[in-house]
Each structure stands twice: as C-alpha cells, then as structure tokens.
Design a protein around this ligand. Structure first.
Ligand code: T5A
Length: 218
C-alpha cells in the first residue's frame, strides 16, 4: 500500500534502441520505489490503454501486403499517446504517484523523425497536441550498440518465439540512425536526460539508474 505521494507526481521515461534493457530496468526500479512506499504505475508505448494496446499490435505486427506508410505510422503512435496521456499517465501523476513509462515521445522524434525522415517541425507540433504539455521529469536513455541489441533480441526470440516485429526488422542503417538520434536528443536536453551505458550487467545499470534518480530527486 502506497504511503508516500509526490506533489504533481513524478514522470520517468525509458528510451533507447532495441533490446537495450528498458523493460528489465523498469521492473527493478519499480521494486525499489514500491518498497519506498510510492504508488508506481508501470506502463508502455505504444500501449498503456486498451486502445493503445490494439494500436501496438498493428504497429508492431501488421502484415497486410500494403504495409504501413510512415505518415500513418506516425499518427498511430500519436493516437496511442493521446489516449495514454489523458486516461492513464496524467491521472496517476495528479494523484501523486510515479509513472515509469517504457518509451514515450522521444521514440517518435527519433524513430519517425530521424530514422524515417518525417518532418521534425510537424512532429513537435504533434507532440504538443498529443501530450498536452506534460513531458517526463526525467528520461533514462539506455545506450547500446546495435549489434549487442540485435543479439539480445535474437536470444529472447529463441527463448520465447513470437510474431515478426515490423520495426525491429528494419535495416542496420535504420537502427544506427535511431541510436545516434537518441544520443543527439539527449545532448540537446541535458537537464531531462541521463545517458546510461546499457552494455553493463543489469545490476550495474540498475545501480546507475538509482543514482541518477536520487540525484534528480535531491
Ligand atoms: N516505436 C515506439 C516507434 O517507432 N515510435 C514510438 O513513438 C514508440 C513509442 C516498440 C517498438 O515501437 C517503436 C520502437 C520499437 O521498435 P517494443 O517491443 O516495446 O516495441 O520494443 P523495445 O522498446 O525495443 O523493447 P524490447 O523489448 O525489444 O527491449 P527492452 O525492453 O529495451 O529490453 P529487455 O529488458 O526486454 O531486454 C532484452 C533482452 O536482453 C536481456 C533481457 O533479459 C532480455 O532477454 N537483458 C540483458 N542482457 C545482458 N545485459 C543486460 N544489462 C541486459 N538487460 C536486459
């Protein structure tokens, strides 16, 4: 049972290339924050609502012969986020809780803006519209080289086979652009971002995340 609240809540997003370990780290941080008596909501994008989860399925696995054009892809991510923000994230923050979100708008800036090359000005306007002004208080960028990320994803696929993932299956150049895009974004917003070397063992990454969080919370 949560006994601590934070006025206005605290919103943390996790970003990074494929297989960087976001889900693993969110689980570890959730345990620590719950033990500290905080009300923690773990959520993800695309997803986090029933509509968002339906969109997630289409965004990751749609296999119709016409594919998904980049413009439709962008709008589907934004639709998922608009619903997620208003129905899940903002209410939890308003109640004084902590939100741990696996990917958020920075993923759109990087995957659809940098890697797909869609108009950055339009994407920024779309963020203002879909998010409504509340950005994460803190963003952990788990940085990992593309080969290690692919190897981790392959191992996971072997252990628990699932359907092909449309975006994960993009070219190596696409995923290199994603990695660089995140690093440049983090450099442009040093107040919000903490860049963590995600090649380290999971418990080392976790310790660095905790350190970054405690410093941000003062
Ligand atoms: N997308 C998303 C966009 O294009 N635009 C957007 O706006 C948004 C929001 C989402 C896809 O959608 C795209 C990006 C993605 O392609 P997803 O399934 O959520 O799809 O994909 P990812 O976010 O990339 O999630 P993954 O599940 O692939 O990776 P994680 O969560 O970063 O990694 P995790 O924790 O599952 O770990 C992967 C494997 O590595 C091991 C784990 O045990 C696991 O097997 N591992 C480690 N191994 C060694 N050392 C460590 N430190 C490890 N940490 C984890």
């Amino acid at each position: 049972m949560a006994s601590q609240t934070i006025r206005g809540g605290f919103f943390i997003s996790f970003e990074g290339p494929e297989g960087a370990g976001k889900t693993t780290q969110i689980g570890l941080l959730e345990d620590v924050l719950c033990r500290r008596g905080l009300a923690v909501k773990v959520t993800r994008e695309p997803g986090g609502t029933r509509l968002g989860e339906r969109l997630r399925e289409l965004l990751k696995h749609f296999d119709g012969p016409e594919g998904v054009v980049p413009e439709a892809e962008l709008l589907m991510f934004a639709a998922s986020r608009a619903q997620h923000m208003r129905l899940a994230i903002l209410p939890h923050l308003a109640a004084g809780g902590v939100v741990l979100c696996d990917r958020f708008a920075d993923s759109t800036t990087v995957y659809q803006g940098v890697a797909r090359g869609l108009d950055r000005g339009f994407i920024e306007a779309l963020h203002r519209f879909s998010i409504g002004g509340r950005w994460p208080d803190l963003t952990f960028l788990l940085d990992l080289d593309v080969d290690t990320g692919f190897a981790r994803a392959r191992r996971r696929q072997l252990a628990a086979p699932g359907p092909a993932d449309r975006i994960e299956a993009e070219s190596r150049a696409f995923h290199e652009a994603v990695r660089q895009g995140f690093l440049e974004l983090a450099q442009s917003e040093p107040q919000r971002f903490r860049v963590i070397d995600a090649a380290a063992p999971a418990e080392v990454v976790h310790a660095r995340i905790l350190e970054g969080l405690d410093r941000a919370l003062g």
